[in-house]
Design a protein around this ligand. Structure first.
Ligand code: HEC
Length: 173
C-alpha cells in the first residue's frame, strides 16, 4: 500500500513544475501584446442580463412597452446599427453610443460631437420623446444631424423602444 500511494505523490510533485514553465512562456508572450490591449477604453463592469432577466425587464415596463416584441425590436434596431452601438462603453460611430440613453439629457455624451441643435436641446430621453424622435427625426428636432428617415410604423417604434430599454441598462422604478 505504501509503495503505491507514494508513487502518485512523486508525479504530483513533478507535474506543477512543467505547468509553471508553460505558464511562464505564455506570460512572456502575453506581455508583448498587452500595450495595445491597455490602450483600449475599459468598459464598465455591468454583467449583461440573461435572457430570462430581459423578459422580466420587458414585463416590468409600462404599457404599451410591456407588450413589446423584443425580436421585432432587434430587427428594427438593425436599421440603427450602422450608426449606433448600445453596449456599455461601446464606441461612438456616426451617431453616439446609446447605452444608458433613457433618463439622460439629449446631446450630453462628452466625447461625441453633436449638432448645435442636439447639444443645446433641453430635454431628457424617455419612451415618449424617443417615439417622436424616431417617427420623424427631422421635424422633432430641426437642425439635428441624424440622417435617418424615421420608423413610420408605430409597432416597430414600440418594439425598438422596448428592445432599447432592455438592452441599454434602463432600470424600472
Ligand atoms: C445614418 C446614421 C444614423 C442612423 C441610421 C440612426 N442614427 Fe441616431 N443618431 C445619429 C446621429 C449623427 C446622431 C446625433 C445627432 C445630432 O447631433 O444632431 C444621432 C442621435 C441619436 C439619439 C440621441 C442620442 C443622445 O445622446 O442624445 C438617439 C436616441 C438615436 N440617435 C437613436 C437612434 C435609433 C433608435 C435609430 C434607429 C431606429 C437611429 N438612431 C438611427 C445617426 C444615426
Amino acid at each position: 500500500m505504501s509503495r503505491l500511494s507514494s508513487f502518485p505523490s512523486i508525479r504530483r510533485a513533478a507535474g506543477p513544475a512543467i505547468v509553471m514553465a508553460g505558464a511562464l512562456g505564455l506570460a512572456a508572450c502575453g506581455q508583448s501584446a498587452s500595450p495595445a490591449a491597455d490602450s483600449a477604453p475599459e468598459a464598465p463592469k455591468a454583467p449583461a442580463p440573461t435572457e430570462a432577466e430581459k423578459l422580466a425587464m420587458l414585463a416590468a415596463l409600462p404599457a404599451p412597452y410591456n407588450d413589446g416584441d423584443l425580436e421585432n425590436g432587434r430587427r428594427a434596431f438593425a436599421r440603427c446599427r450602422s450608426c449606433h452601438t448600445i453596449t456599455p462603453g461601446g464606441p461612438n460611430m456616426t451617431g453616439p453610443n446609446l447605452y444608458g440613453v433613457f433618463g439622460s439629457k439629449a446631446g450630453a455624451r462628452e466625447k461625441y460631437s453633436y449638432s448645435h441643435a442636439m447639444r443645446t436641446a433641453d430635454f431628457a430621453w424617455d419612451a415618449e420623446t424617443l417615439d417622436h424622435w424616431l417617427q420623424n427625426p427631422r421635424t422633432f428636432l430641426p437642425g439635428n444631424k441624424m440622417s435617418f428617415a424615421g420608423l413610420p410604423d408605430a409597432t416597430d417604434r414600440r418594439d425598438v423602444i422596448a428592445f432599447l430599454k432592455v438592452e441599454t441598462g434602463f432600470k424600472s422604478e
